[in-house]
Design a protein around this ligand. Structure first.
Ligand code: OOB
Length: 501
């Protein structure tokens, strides 16, 4: 489930994989940019030197507490500098962070801890310990620091962390990313976004998500010697004052937040003039909204179409207006291979997107059976996205063939929520599909076939909350039906269900 030796040699020869680890990268950054600001939050300002030293102290403390190279550690933290301190401490130890989102609750956290056999869970407060009662927890504010020790450190080809897949199956899949491949993806991204030591990146989305982590995200900003501002939440009320105070030059948002910012920018008294680029991605950004960015926020728009599995596409800062407004960008790397297949499996410029390249995984972590269908025999990842390719090689996302709801950038696997609904005694069958929404793009609708009197919608919501799933996965709508439409082979036809609404 790895790149072949030949491919690895090619990616090295081309200079994509530089034989660097996160730990050494930060050390070199601290040497080059020591006193410059690296991480800024409303409460804290850490220089590159601070981050480097604190990562060392925490690595020593976690090592003394029993965390070993190769161990998995579930990390669930808000946007605070300690999040990145924890990342680099674990990277230096050679332990693998498993990146949970702040919205995850007991169902997700206990699954991550059990499936990865995690030796620790790093969480925001003592209340979270209950999500994984059997896993030793470290709580933000009480992280074990001590004098630095000499650590052997991992190899550049080793897996650095496990990232979460958006998911289309009953249980979330984990994505193994190596030092070599991930560092390449964000260094190249930082270049595409023209980050430089004077740039200021605003991390308003959850820091653990791939977009604000590496596209170019906080890691890309660090790699360029630029500062990152960590916003506790993405609202204009929180972010606009931070943009003014820190002279933010680039920010990343999902489409519903971009709409919110556009509306708020009209009446704001905050000075947003430092903003050069607004990146929008994670879900399709409609052309009408895209048109508003430059006149109303006074900055360039960059569309970003990426996935935690690897491939990331950007519109370039010097692309013409039409391309920026109407496409979701083109791949980072000249060696990102794009294969588009029609429904009959023939190469086309419109259809199912498959991809292979220097930073796209070859298999999910410990998921051999799923990998046989998620990847082709020659190593292409089936993204589940339906795209069109323009003559310039830009991609336009036109739809999706996977069982997933994209709720304003937050991904929901239909089957995962269905399994929770099926645990309700009155639910005979369940099918969760996307329904269009003017603000979020899509919302989730659960179609249910019930035994006898159906439960109320409030009861169903309470039931799902009780099961400990993240709030964004709770369907926005419940519809009660007698039967599901079927496909020719007798499976539930989600396409027909979607068309009902
Ligand atoms: C990003 O990553 P994930 O792993 O949460 O979700 C990936 C999926 C894609 O396969 C696609 O279905 C959808 O999200 N998506 C978009 C999109 N960007 C992502 N669909 C339409 N238009 C877009 N611009 O979402 C992600 C990772 C890195 C950078 C940016 C986004």
């Amino acid at each position: 489930m790895h790149w072949s030796d030949d491919e690895a040699a090619r990616y090295r020869a081309k200079g994509y994989w530089r034989g660097e680890t996160f730990g050494r990268m930060l050390r070199e950054l601290a040497e080059a940019h020591g006193p410059r600001p690296a991480l800024i939050s409303p409460e804290a300002r850490w220089t590159f030197r601070d981050l480097d030293e604190r990562a060392d102290r925490l690595a020593a403390g976690l090592g003394a507490a029993g965390i070993r190279p190769g161990d998995r550690v579930v990390v669930q933290l808000p946007n605070v500098p300690e999040f990145h301190q924890v990342c680099f401490a674990l990277f230096r130890l050679g332990a693998l962070p498993v990146f949970a989102l702040p919205a995850h609750r007991s169902a997700e956290i206990s699954y991550f801890c059990e499936f990865t056999e995690a030796t620790a869970y790093i969480c925001p407060d003592a209340g979270h310990r209950a999500f994984a009662p059997k896993t030793p927890a470290f709580v933000l504010g009480e992280l074990p620091e001590q004098d630095p020790a000499d650590l052997p450190g991992p190899d550049p080809g080793d897996v650095a962390f496990l990232q979460l897949s958006g998911g289309s199956t009953g249980l979330p899949k984990l994505i193994p990313r190596t030092h070599d491949d991930y560092i390449y993806s964000f260094r190249a991204s930082a270049e595409i976004c023209r980050l430089r030591p004077g740039s200021v990146y605003l991390c308003a989305l959850p820091a653990a998500h791939n977009f604000p982590m590496s596209s170019p995200g906080v890691f890309g900003a660090l790699s360029a010697g630029a500062a990152s501002v960590l916003a506790p939440d993405p609202s204009p009320g929180t972010c606009f004052p931070l943009i003014e105070r820190e002279r933010v030059t680039i920010a990343a948002l999902v489409p519903p937040l971009a709409l919110l910012w556009l509306d708020a920018a009209a009446g704001t008294t905050y000075d947003l003039s430092s903003l050069e680029v607004l990146q929008v991605g994670g879900a399709k950004f409609g052309q009408e909204a895209a048109k508003r960015v430059r006149p109303e926020l006074g900055c360039l728009l960059q569309q970003v179409f990426g996935m935690a599995e690897g491939l990331v596409n950007y519109t370039r800062l010097d692309d013409d207006e039409e391309t920026v407004l109407s496409t979701q960008g083109r791949p980072i790397s000249p060696d990102d291979e794009i294969r588009i297949l029609d429904d009959d499996g023939r190469e086309s410029d419109h259809g199912h997107l498959l991809t292979r390249g220097p930073y796209t995984i070859r298999g999910y972590w410990r998921a051999d059976e799923h990998n046989r269908t998620a990847f082709t025999d020659d190593g292409f990842y089936r993204t589940g996205d339906i795209v069109r390719r323009t003559p310039s090689g830009h991609l336009i996302v036109e739809g999706r063939a996977k069982d997933q709801i994209n709720r304003g950038g937050e991904k929901i696997a239909g089957e995962e929520v269905e399994n929770h609904l099926l645990a309700h005694p009155a639910v005979h069958d369940a099918s969760v599909v996307a329904v269009p929404d003017p603000y979020l793009g899509e919302r989730a609708c659960a179609y249910l076939i019930c035994r006898g009197e159906p439960p109320t919608r409030a009861e169903l919501r309470a039931f799902l909350r009780e099961r400990g799933i993240a709030a964004f996965k709770i369907p926005d709508r419940f519809e009660f039906v007698d039967a599901f439409p079927q496909t020719a082979v007798g499976k539930v036809s989600k396409r027909h269900l979607r068309e009902r609404t």
